[in-house]
Structures are given as C-alpha cells and as structure tokens.
Ligand binder design. Structure first.
Ligand code: ATP
Ligand code: MG
Length: 317
C-alpha cells in the first residue's frame, strides 16, 4: 500500500455519561464502550474514504482493544502495527457533559497500552509504505510517542512523504516544557497544519489571525487549514486564502469533528482535488460527525458525504 496515510497515537474506548451534570462523583448511568482516540478516529475516516490507511498504536489483550481493532479493520484500516500488550489494559476516557456544554474527563492513556507504543518491526514496515504521516496533539502527552515521533518523521520524509499536524492543544498542556518541546519538534516537520479555535494563536504566539498565518507560512508550513466549527474552514498558503462555509446541522456530539475534517481534507487533496472541493468534503465530514452520538460513529465514505452535501444547507457550491 504505497502512499498510505499513517498515524501514530492512542487507541481508546470512550464511555459517556448518559445525563448532563458535573463529573463522576456519584454513581450514574453510562453508555459505552465506543471506539475512540483522536488518531484512531482520524485514521478510521481515512479508511472509510477508501484511501490506504494504517495506525501505529497499542492495545491490551482485552475487549476494549478487540472492539477497536474490529472496527478499524471493518473500515479498511491496516492494524498490523497495533501491538497487543498482554500486561496492559487498553486506554479509556470517561466523559460527561456539563449543562453549559463543557466536558469533564477521566483519562487512562499514559499508563494504558497506549503508553507503550513503539517502533517495532511491524511499525517500521508500515512506515516504509507511508506517503503521509499525521500527528494529533493529544498524543504528544504520551512520553513513548515523543521518543519515536522524530524517527518516524525522518523515515517518511526521507522518502519524499509529507507530515500533517492537528494541534488539539489545551492551554494547560502548553505550560509543560516536555509538551512544548514536542510541539516544536512536530511543528518543525509539519507541511499541513490543521488548527482550530485559538490554536493558531497559541502556536504562532501572535494574536492577529493574518499575522499568525504569515509567521507560520514563513516558518515553512506549506498549508494551514483553520477549522471554524459551525463557521466552516479557511485555507491559507503562499498563494492566498480560500474560505468555505459550514453546513447547517444540529450538533449532538462535537467529538471527532476535527479528526474527520482533517482526514477528509488530506484524502481529497491526495486524490488531486482542488482546495475548495477538498474543503467542501471536509466540512461535510465534520458536520456529519457532530450529528451522531459517539466519537467514531459519524465517520463516512464518499457516497454518504455526497448524499449529505446534496441534502444539507450551506454547501456553498
Ligand atoms: P474537535 O472537537 O474534534 O477537536 P476541532 O476543534 O478540531 O474539533 P471544529 O472546528 O470544532 O474542530 O470542527 C471541525 C470541522 O467540523 C469544522 O471546520 C466544520 O467543518 C465541522 N463542524 C464542527 N462543528 C460543526 C457544527 N456545529 N456545524 C457544522 N459543522 C461543524
Ligand atoms: Mg481539534
């Protein structure tokens, strides 16, 4: 599968509180496990679109791992580089929405199987076939991934491949010197940056949007695709700017929108579509995701996206 899109990062299950409220301090109804993990959602969407896709990750020898592997396989993702660690449990995230839309989490990632991700022979075999490597900021909190990111980048870039990065940054993490160093290392290799909200400013260190874009392009980022939630997205490169409106939908569950957006944008561009068309598909993939409950339940292939675009307001066509 030459030219595959490959990602490195955590595979998790997500377990959601049924009722809104504050955290997990009392027994309550829960629903799950759902297949999850930002890199896993991203690569599932790549697979759904029919593009060669693989993930370097790790799970435990348990049902949470089996559920994820079955799901990724079914959607066309090569999971040969997902190590199964008998001594570790698959990662998990418990999430509960507050009445104001904010979220409380209980994560088990660093100490789960995902904390043991390594460049073993299966991972190296997958990277040897990669045309593109994608990172998600959520993975940069895992020390094991910091240790292998640079080597993986070198392998893919030495063969003429490209690198994308979705910062998924939380302000709290930026204060951590280890995270900041990892962020700088990945940024130095990034060809396509996929920020949302104020991540553009946090990374560039400048408030003004245009100035932040200029400074990142000057640093060597070839393309910036800024996600604007319901407002759609904007694309920037050296030749200028392209805006694409969002689709009008009812938001049920925002988790996974950014990952599905990024995956769809990258696949469309690798298939040779112009920026405007790639943005339309990416906006459609993001919008469809938020209408479905569950982090990975809203991934969609081209047939579903075409139908969605044809029947949803705001295509901007
Ligand atoms: P995530 O919560 O997954 O990290 P993000 O913050 O990276 O998401 P967003 O801008 O929230 O990124 O969403 C990504 C894309 O999904 C948007 O650019 C848009 O195309 C689509 N999208 C997200 N929310 C909505 C919405 N409420 N209505 C329509 N489209 C949406
Ligand atoms: Mg995001």
């Amino acid at each position: 599968m030459a030219g595959a899109i490959v990602t490195i990062g955590e595979i998790l299950v997500e377990i959601m509180a049924v009722e809104k409220g504050n955290g997990f301090l009392a027994p309550q109804p829960l629903i799950g496990p759902f297949a999850s993990g930002a890199p896993a959602i991203f690569i599932d969407q790549v697979g759904r679109l029919g593009h060669p896709a693989a993930i370097v990750s790790a799970v435990g020898d348990d049902d949470f791992g089996r559920l994820n592997l079955a799901r990724l396989r079914e959607d066309g993702v090569d999971v040969s580089a997902v190590a199964i660690h008998p001594g570790a449990a698959t990662g998990s995230a418990f999430v509960r929405y507050r009445p104001d839309g904010a979220r409380d989490f209980v994560f088990n990632i660093r100490d789960s199987a995902s904390g043991r991700i390594d460049l073993d022979s299966e991972a190296l075999a997958v990277l040897a076939q990669a045309g593109h490597l994608h990172f998600t900021g959520s993975s940069l909190g895992i020390p094991a991934i910091l240790g292998i990111a640079e080597r993986a980048v070198d392998i893919v870039k030495s063969r003429g491949g490209t690198v994308s990065f979705d910062p998924n940054v939380r302000k709290e993490l930026l204060g951590d010197p280890g995270f900041r160093r990892a962020l700088e290392a990945v940024m130095a290799a990034t060809d396509i940056l996929l920020p949302s909200g104020d991540e553009l400013h946090l990374i560039a260190g400048v408030e003004d949007e245009a100035e932040a874009v200029r400074s990142l392009l000057a640093r060597g980022v070839a393309e910036i695709v800024l996600k604007r939630g319901a407002g759609g997205a904007s694309h920037f490169d050296r030749t200028g700017r392209t805006d694409a409106p969002g689709f009008v939908v009812e938001e049920i569950d925002p988790t996974g929108a950014g990952d599905c957006f990024g995956a769809t944008y990258l696949v469309c561009r690798r298939q040779g579509m112009p920026v405007a068309e790639a943005l339309r598909y990416a906006n459609a993939a993001g919008a469809r995701t938020v209408t479905v409950k569950g982090p990975m339940e809203g991934t969609s292939g081209f047939a579903v996206l075409d139908a969605f675009i044809a029947t949803t307001k705001g295509a901007g066509a």
